[in-house]
Design a protein around this ligand. Structure first.
Ligand SMILES: NC(=O)c1ccc[n+]([C@@H]2O[C@H](COP(=O)([O-])OP(=O)(O)OC[C@H]3O[C@@H](n4cnc5c(N)ncnc54)[C@H](OP(=O)(O)O)[C@@H]3O)[C@@H](O)[C@H]2O)c1
Length: 269
């Protein structure tokens, strides 16, 4: 495993396991398979309705809680100081933990400033090791900064070879905010891209491995999801090679600003 250092000094594993749309026993089994091959960073959210199953898989692994990096997210209905405090408690109970490694505001919403005040307090009392946001554009971060005492340590956004988000990435770097990539495999839609096929042959790796390595080589925390044990293992085997700067640039050039998910600027839940 490789790690990146957040602005507050916390070490975050560069590769995490995504759990969106994975529920019930499928979730317990997938997270157990991930833990088995070595993942210790698990990404969930209250709205995924699988925090209990993620917690169960972690507990049943027998590996100490302190070895894991658990991220969950505060959903849009839970905005405002009190609602965010309550949402944090509920997520901890679901996960069976008394602290979170990373808690994110899932989507930019009005009242984020009040929610952020709750997050800052939970962070200062040690109940959350790092706090951040998700799906924030630069202007959302600029708004939050007007009232925030503590800057977000993370912004989790959609990022893939077809959506390289270069201006936002540069801004996050300048602000010392760690970027995380969601839907890094475009929910399964990256596998027909010729340049990636060529690079997979060149490095003797799979297309998924090339794309995950591209994220890590660019300093991005990457969160692939799979329920297939062989793919879960394959996606973890990305620490024995690096891409050349020319090949990183070839993947950068695949950008077409295509999203697989919603754009927070023109979509609301
Ligand atoms: N913050 C947010 O708003 C937000 C939004 C979306 C996602 N996320 C996070 O990001 C995580 C990842 O995104 P995602 O779940 O949308 O999609 P993804 O990781 O981009 O893609 C998952 C899809 O790719 C397939 N796949 C995985 N590894 C593969 C491999 N090695 N070879 C071939 N196919 C492979 C999976 O199939 P199988 O499962 O069938 O193997 C699944 O269909 C989520 O699970 C969630 O934790 C966050």
């Amino acid at each position: 495993m490789e790690y990146f250092k957040l602005s507050n000094g916390i070490q975050i594993p560069a590769l995490g396991f995504g759990t969106w749309k994975v529920k019930g026993d499928d979730c317990v089994n997938a997270v157990k398979a991930a833990i088995e091959v070595g993942y210790r960073h698990i990404d969930t959210a209250w709205v995924y309705k699988n925090e209990k199953e993620v917690g169960q898989a972690i507990r049943e692994s027998g590996i100490p809680r302190s070895d894991f990096f658990i991220t969950t997210k505060c959903w849009n209905d839970h905005r405002g100081y009190e609602a965010t405090m309550k949402a944090f408690q509920v997520s901890c109970e679901n996960l069976g933990t008394d602290y979170l490694d990373l808690y994110l505001l899932h989507w930019p919403k009005p009242l984020d400033a009040e929610s952020w005040r709750a997050m800052e307090e939970l962070y200062e009392t040690g109940k959350i090791k790092a706090i951040g946001v998700s799906n924030y554009h630069q202007h959302h971060l600029e708004d939050l900064k007007k009232t925030a005492r503590i800057l977000p340590m993370v912004d989790q956004i959609e990022f893939s070879p077809r959506l390289t988000q270069e201006p936002l990435m540069a801004y996050l770097k300048d602000e010392g905010i760690q970027m995380e990539a969601w839907s890094p495999l475009m929910q399964g839609q990256i596998f027909d891209i010729d340049v990636l096929k060529e690079l997979a042959v060149k490095y003797n790796k799979s297309i998924a491995q090339i794309v995950l390595r591209w994220n890590i080589d660019k300093g991005v925390v990457v969160l692939p999801k799979s329920v297939t044990p062989s793919r879960i293992k394959e996606n973890f085997e990305v620490f024995d090679f690096k891409l050349s700067s020319e090949d990183i640039a070839r993947i950068n050039a695949l950008n077409q600003n295509i999203r697989t998910g919603a754009d927070p600027d023109n979509f609301d839940f």
